[in-house]
Design a protein around this ligand. Structure first.
Ligand code: 13P
Length: 275
């Protein structure tokens, strides 16, 4: 994390979990623990139909609500789709775009991800863009190339001004839902690689203000170590975000260490040393 230049973001991705009633119960459990976490942006990306009730349940807290996908189209004959405008009106502030589960299971291409990012930005949402290599790509040692291609495609039409609203989540596909987290060094290295790609396109100043999250079996035990990397500015959390205690523990892991205000020991005077 580097709090000087960018915000820390702890985001839950609930995937296909929780009914409206369960969302309400979760919000009550979380609010019971929660002092307002001012040290990070806390986000829950919930199923579409839960968005209005989640927005209501978390009103007056610092938890923002997001969606997990969005249409690249504004309106028209696209059965089953939900537009960015609709999400915005329902109270969402964020939207996950290009999650590997959508790329893999629903055939989303880099090109489509780029169009969705643009649709989200046009409607005033913040896209959380997911990138990451598969196990096969990792074994072939083409992780950096693959991620470069994904980041560039996702940001193809994004201006330097709109970049301010973009969040990137590095999620190695082999780490998602497997309990195998990337090592701190590896996650940190890829975070830095992503920032280098941003810097080449947008310049150092714009690149340093983008929050880059890590996702893939992040939990309350490994969060603090991952967040200590300069280019890991938060987490995108699946399973561990479904439980209010576990999610809160990760938000806590992002809390800055308290400033030690005990006065420093008095310097010894030279005449004391001679005594
Ligand atoms: P897990 O935390 O369950 O591995 O899921 C990560 C993820 O896919 C978040 O988008």
């Amino acid at each position: 994390m580097n709090r000087r230049y960018r915000k820390t973001v702890i985001a839950g991705n609930w995937k296909l979990h929780k009914t409206i009633a369960e969302t309400k119960a979760f919000s009550e459990a979380l609010k019971a623990k929660m002092e307002r976490p001012r040290w990070c942006e806390t986000v829950l990306c919930v199923p579409y139909v839960n968005i209005p009730s989640a927005v209501r349940a978390f009103r007056d807290t610092r938890v923002a609500i997001g969606a997990q996908d969005v249409s690249c189209e504004k309106e028209g004959p696209y059965t089953g789709e939900v537009s960015a405008e609709m999400l915005k009106e329902a109270g969402a502030k964020y939207v996950i775009v290009g999650h590997s589960e959508r790329r893999r299971r629903y055939g989303e291409t880099d090109l489509l991800v780029g169009r969705k990012v643009q649709a989200a930005l046009d409607a005033g949402l913040s896209p959380i863009i997911c990138v990451g290599e598969t196990l096969d790509e990792r074994e072939k040692e083409i992780t950096a190339e693959r991620i470069t291609v994904q980041v560039k495609a996702a940001l193809a039409d994004v201006s330097v001004t709109a970049l301010r609203r973009v969040i990137i989540a590095y999620e190695p596909v082999w780490a998602i839902g497997t309990g195998h987290t990337a090592s701190v060094e590896y996650a940190g290295e890829i975070g830095t690689h992503i920032r280098t790609v941003l810097r080449r396109k947008y310049g150092a100043r714009a690149a340093r203000s983008v929050s880059i999250l890590y996702g893939g079996s992040m939990n309350e035990e490994n969060a603090a170590a991952l967040l200590a990397c300069p280019d890991v500015d938060g987490g995108l959390i699946g399973v561990a975000s479904l439980d209010a205690d576990r999610f809160w523990a990760i938000v806590e892991a992002a809390r800055p260490a308290p400033v030690d205000d005990t006065p420093p020991p008095k310097p010894r005077l030279s005449h004391e040393e001679n005594e």
